[in-house]
Design a protein around this ligand. Structure first.
Ligand code: SF4
Length: 341
């Protein structure tokens, strides 16, 4: 606690103007909200959430495709959050199909081993979950098992945000969990201040302090405030397994257009596990048609409380958009922990 107070004071002492930083991790947002960190930050230091929730950035077209797979008599297995995310035809949880909540891909494979029906795992997540899915596919799961691959990479989305420049950011707090796997060398291509941070309140305060310090010293580089878990090169074994099974592809994110190289698809030798190919289902682009401003929340240009529906029409019990569904979604976190700007 003493350290935390010291870091907090050091941060207050060093903040000399308005600063806005973006983190790209739902776990950071949850840690900030749970600990009440925003209320103790200097008034002119703002931290906004970017596209750091894998469920939130899954576009409606992918939810629609998952529902179409269930209509082809497939058992759909995926994470609990995802089944509540609305597509254009509703959510998986209410589509009438055989939808199973699983804790991970290995549980979906277990279901496939116990049935003759087709089982499709809706595989969402960033670089954190993709290696586990890849490792599972390398174990030669049964023929009635396949995945709908919805994985995404963080750095291409950061590149897009920087090129757009709409959020006027001073720097980024990099996602600690993602960097455990990938390291942080890929982020060195971006000429902005960045700090990898952990998830305790004093980790986050330290990350913010290091960001402000970089700026005041005229530096723009990647620093590591989470060395107990993250190295520059990351987990080479996990990266190698991921690269053995998947290759990059261009993909749309909710709130973003198609971002080049930001997704993962199965390599040709693993295509037999590609549910979309197996069942002839396509992911279609869907134009936004709702008052939900998740797209802006995910790009860091709106806070959840800027949404007219927040806390009224859209609540954790009756979510309208994905950011109110997922426990890593900014709207749900702000609603649960009464966050304010
Ligand atoms: Fe979307 Fe609900 Fe968040 Fe508004 S409060 S942006 S409707 S998820």
């Amino acid at each position: 606690m003493a350290d935390q107070v010291d870091i907090k004071q050091a941060l207050s002492d060093i903040v000399d103007r308005d600063y806005t930083f973006m983190h790209i991790c739902g776990t950071h947002e949850a840690a900030i909200a749970k600990s009440g960190l925003r209320s103790v930050l200097p008034k002119n230091l703002k931290i906004v959430m970017g596209p750091g929730c894998p469920v939130c950035i899954t576009p409606q077209g992918e939810i629609d495709a998952a529902i179409e797979l269930s209509e082809k008599d497939c058992i759909i297995a995926t994470y609990g959050d995802l089944i509540r995310v609305p597509g254009t035809k509703g959510a998986l949880e209410s589509c009438g199909g055989d939808i199973r909540i699983v804790q991970g891909v290995h549980k979906a494979v277990e279901i496939a081993k116990e049935t003759d029906k087709e089982v499709v795992f809706i595989s969402v997540g960033f670089e954190t979950t993709a290696p586990t899915v890849a490792a599972t596919l390398l174990t030669n799961p049964p023929d009635n098992f396949s995945i709908m691959c919805c994985h995404r990479f963080v750095p291409p989305a950061m590149k897009f945000l920087l090129e757009q420049g709409e959020a006027s950011l001073d720097g980024f707090m990099l996602p600690g969990h993602v960097c455990v796997v990938t390291g942080y060398h890929e982020y060195e291509q971006f000429p902005v201040p960045q700090v990898v941070a952990g998830f305790e309140p004093d980790d986050i305060l330290l990350g913010l302090y290091m960001l402000v310090k970089q700026i005041r010293e005229g530096r723009a580089e990647v620093e590591n405030a989470y060395p107990r878990a993250v190295t520059r090169e990351g987990n080479q074994k996990a990266i190698a397994i991921m690269n053995q099974v998947f290759e990059p592809c261009d993909v749309e994110w909710r709130g973003f257009p198609v971002i080049p190289g930001s997704g993962l698809k199965l390599k040709p030798e693993f295509e037999k596990y590609d549910a979309l190919k197996k069942f002839g289902v396509e992911i279609k682009h869907v134009d936004k048609n709702s008052a939900c401003i998740c797209d802006k929340v995910l790009r860091g240009i709106a806070d959840p409380t800027d949404c007219k529906l927040f806390g009224k029409v859209c609540t954790p019990r009756k979510p309208v958009g994905p950011c109110m569904v997922s426990h890593e979604g900014a709207c749900k976190i702000w609603a649960l922990y009464n966050q304010k700007k």
